[in-house]
Design a protein around this ligand. Sequence first.
Ligand SMILES: [Zn+2]
Length: 186
Amino acid sequence: MAKSKTPTVVNRHIYTRASYLYQAADYLVKCQNQGSTISQDEPTKAAECQHESSVSDSAQLWRRASSNTARQMLAEMRSMTLKAQVRQSPDMKRTVCKYCDSKLVEGQTSRSYIENASKGGRKPWADVLVIECQICKNVKRFPVSALRQKRRHLRSSKAQPYTSVKPGKQDMPALPNEVTKPPAAD
Ligand SMILES: [Zn+2]
């Protein structure tokens, strides 16, 4: 009996579980966001019903519980992918704080800004996107315009030398004491 030719994914159940956990955490964070908008509208109704304090307390408790559950799910996803040595997709990885396992939502649990550490901000390729977690205050840094370094196995002796940044650099005056490229992000 011939085997089917459909390509199989190694550790498929790990990917499935990780995807499920990520989506569940994302859903909980979104619900939490909706809950906060509801709780802002709620006090007028609650004042009429004389249950203002109990409604706000229960909403706050529910929000905290869903936040903790989301963090627990993302922590489990992280530990599972680390143990199975499964690479997370960059888009997924960038939206999770690796220090406190919070889902990073712009304007809610994180804020982002551009940082340029070059002298006077004169080097446009030194722009770094900084995403700060509002819960643990740790930051992630991503180079914006600097080209990404090739992976190690692509940097062999036979491979083409890394020359894509050089033409721009030759136009600029040499500044040996300054860092020309930001450190590579994780
Ligand atoms: Zn954090």
